[in-house]
Write a protein that binds this ligand. Structure first.
Ligand code: GLU
Length: 303
């Protein structure tokens, strides 16, 4: 496996020059576009790491499936899906247009920003602090890493500039999709996006999902919630390139604008990638190409 990953990484390194790091959250603009790393953890827990895997990055949209699983465990499917739908959008992750044209204002799915904000609002806790602490504990448990924290600089940077997310949240509050205090929900949402991890952390989380929610014989997440979340990752996880990704790679995956990709092959492995240089859609450009090559080499597509 190590040799294969080294070959795939070296053959795709050139893509990092063709992508651009995200700049709309100012703190993300500091990322080095040349960074590239991948960790694969098989179902028995054997990890192989290649490239810049010590680099820390923030979860950004990779936090969306994690917040979804916690909200589903807290509130159940009926309540969660009364506030957020199950359909791909075909629009960018920060699109606001469908909120108005659909009249109900109910976001189409929990992988776009509006849907993720509505999902985060359903995480239980007396205060914003308690909610983010519960999510952090969940992430630490899945990653097997007690040291995972929020990157305060990235959090503040998005808090200061995230006016489009703020606009969506106020709009959903007006329509009754959001019921709690908008500032508190956004504080939790911006903090969840700023949770700092490595490739190995997200590969561990993905391995739990590949293993039907089980870690070392303990059922951490009900299998039904894992099944549902993996399905969302297949249909909506790679922004508005999810269809092409399903055809070319064919495995559940969720990307974030920091350049991370969390991917998994059910029953086989968890995969974590970092490559901050993004393609035009907002996915790690080299990361997507590496996953294509890995899927082809090991025949990983689930379809
Ligand atoms: N924090 C980012 C935002 O809300 C996450 C977006 C992403 O990774 O797709 O804009």
């Amino acid at each position: 496996m190590k040799e294969l990953l080294e070959k795939i990484l070296e053959e795709n390194r050139h893509w990092t020059k063709k992508g651009k790091v995200a700049t709309y959250i100012p703190a993300l603009a500091k990322a080095d576009p040349k960074i590239l790393g991948i960790t694969v953890i098989d179902i028995d827990g054997k990890a192989v790491t290649v490239g810049d895997c010590d680099t820390k990055f923030t979860l950004q949209s990779i936090s969306k499936p994690l917040a979804l699983m916690l909200a589903l465990m807290d509130k159940g499917t009926d309540e969660v899906f009364s506030k957020v739908g199950m359909e791909p959008t075909g629009d960018p992750f920060n699109s606001i247009i469908k909120l108005e044209t659909l009249r109900t204002g109910k976001p189409l799915n929990p992988m776009i920003n509006a849907g993720a904000i509505a999902t985060t609002a359903l995480i239980e806790g007396q205060s914003g602090g308690e909610k983010i602490e519960r999510l952090l504990e969940f992430v630490r448990l899945l990653a097997g890493n007690k040291d995972i924290r929020v990157n305060e600089e990235v959090y503040r940077s998005e808090q200061e500039t995230g006016d489009r997310n703020r606009a969506m949240a106020y709009f959903m509050k007006d329509l009754g999709v959001l019921e709690a205090d908008v500032d508190q929900i956004l504080e939790v949402y911006f903090r969840q996006c700023a949770i700092e991890v490595t490739c190995s952390d997200i590969a561990h989380m993905a391995r739990c999902l590949a293993n039907k929610g089980n870690i070392a014989g303990k059922q951490i997440i009900p299998h039904e919630i894992v099944r549902l979340t993996n399905t969302f990752m297949v249909t909506c996880g790679m922004y508005n390139a999810s269809g092409e990704f399903a055809i070319k790679v064919g495995i559940p995956a969720k990307s974030g604008v920091s350049g991370g990709i969390m991917a998994l092959v059910p029953g086989k492995m968890g995969i974590g990638i970092i490559g901050p240089a993004l393609n035009k859609i907002g996915n790690s450009i080299a990361g997507v190409h590496m996953l294509e090559d890995l899927s082809r080499a090991l025949d990983l597509s689930i379809f």
